[in-house]
Write a protein that binds this ligand. Structure first.
Ligand code: UDP
Length: 403
């Protein structure tokens, strides 16, 4: 696997460390559990990293020298991908592989280079598409200008493209990806860590209801709409609800984080600051307890390539109110495991959330259904089996073509 900026060893919750890191770490481990040896190639972003680290039995993380051995924002990494590809090809001569799997478009650039040079098939998972990002972020999109064109090439040239949700399949079709090479393999959730039963964490409850939001503190995650919803419906359960926002910089850096300050300012302006608690980044291992403490988990991004957090909440047996975008359309079953609302619409969010907070039996029923859905369709075991199936399809075709 190639994951240029998202190391499976990185701390989560920062601006550039999120779902992809989790995905690569767990998918690699679950494939190893099925008997495969997995090498994960990621960029060296600190001088003192060892050349290789064993993540778990069967998974080795290899640090590739490409660009400065320091943290570089992911949108500035493209110029280093050619060097990454060359180094990757050299590593592959020493650590032979059957197939390459690139995560994110820039890994695709490096992987394509290496795959051609050593003659291996490659599979591409984009995790996010530049075309979607540009549509939603417009001038604020800091991706390299060539991103959409490069993604279009990669989608056409990869031996297989794994879309993480159905919504991405139509986006890939719009890019002209050959439909017989695209298949859906979703992201997964650790259903042994995220469970309904277990310790409940977080600050002491001060209100009757608790809503939890987890994510990087970036505007498009839609935390603003949740803060606004809290202030709506003064006579509904929302008026007796506290909001915990987990993620972003570590707690002691929130004071210098622009988005945290913006959200705090908004909460003050709306008179809900005493019920809005920004807690900063939390260790991944502490999340299950914090999610269990929620009556409802809210995830209302403006857009979302997949969204692992809603799945984590579901695996903890919590109902999710989410926006009807991207991967949430596949994970949250509206009216069965949670509710889907239009994005960027605090009024619709309040209308779905208020009555749900009043209705404990419905929350419990949805939570039970959510756990079942997460286990049945989204465990890493299941995701690894589907990934293996995709790999086998590619290898079979490559063998046929070689005849
Ligand atoms: N996460 C975490 N601690 C935090 C914030 C996030 O462990 O403080 C994890 C979260 O549990 C999830 C991932 O980071 O596994 C975020 O993935 P998601 O797909 O929801 O969003 P992304 O960050 O990729 O946009």
């Amino acid at each position: 696997m190639v994951s240029e900026h998202a190391s499976p060893l990185a701390a989560l919750g920062g601006v550039d460390a999120g779902g992809q890191n989790v995905h690569v770490a767990h998918l690699a481990a679950a494939l190893a559990a099925r008997g495969h040896a997995v090498d994960v190639y990621t960029r060296r972003d600190a001088v003192d990293l060892p050349p290789q680290v064993e993540l778990v039995d069967g998974v080795t993380v290899v640090h590739v020298d490409a660009g400065p051995p320091a943290e570089v924002p992911k949108d500035a990494l493209l110029p280093h991908m050619e060097a990454f590809g060359r180094r990757l090809a050299e590593h592959l001569l020493e650590r032979p592989a059957d197939l390459l799997h690139a995560h994110f478009w820039m890994s695709g650039v490096a992987t394509r280079e290496a795959a051609r040079s050593v003659g291996l098939p490659w599979v591409q998972t984009f995790h996010a598409l530049g075309s979607v990002k540009r549509r939603h972020q417009g001038a604020e999109d800091t991706s390299p200008p060539s991103r959409v064109a490069v993604e279009t090439e990669l989608a056409a040239e990869a031996d297989a493209v794994l879309a993480t949700c159905r919504d991405e399949v139509s986006e890939l079709a719009d890019l002209g990806a050959p439909h017989d090479r695209v298949r859906v393999v979703p992201c997964g959730v650790d259903v042994d860590l995220f469970t309904p039963d277990g310790p409940v964490g977080g600050p002491e409850r001060r209100e009757q209801h608790r809503v939890v939001v987890v994510g990087r503190l970036v505007e498009r995650k839609g935390v603003e709409e949740v803060v606004r919803a809290l202030a709506l419906g003064p006579t509904s359960a929302l008026a007796r609800t506290e909001l915990l926002v987990l993620g972003g910089p570590p707690a002691d850096h929130l004071a210098i984080d622009a988005e945290a300050q913006r959200l705090r300012g908004l909460a003050e302006e709306l008179g809900v600051a005493d019920r809005t608690h920004l807690l900063g980044r939390v260790d991944h291992s502490d999340l299950p307890a914090l999610l269990r403490g929620a009556d409802v988990v809210v995830a209302t991004p403006w857009y979302e390539p997949f969204g692992i957090v809603p799945l984590e909440a579901m695996a903890c047996g919590r109902p999710v109110v989410g926006s009807a975008v991207g991967g949430l359309l596949d994970t949250v079953e509206d009216g069965v495991t949670g509710a889907l609302v239009p994005p960027r619409d605090a009024v619709a969010l309040a209308a779905a959330l208020g009555p749900l907070l009043e209705d404990a039996p419905r929350r419990e029923a949805w939570g039970r259904a959510a756990r079942e859905r997460a286990v049945a369709g989204f465990s890493w075991r299941e995701v690894a089996a589907r990934t293996e199936d995709a790999y086998e399809g590619v290898l079979a075709r490559t063998r046929l073509e070689a005849l």
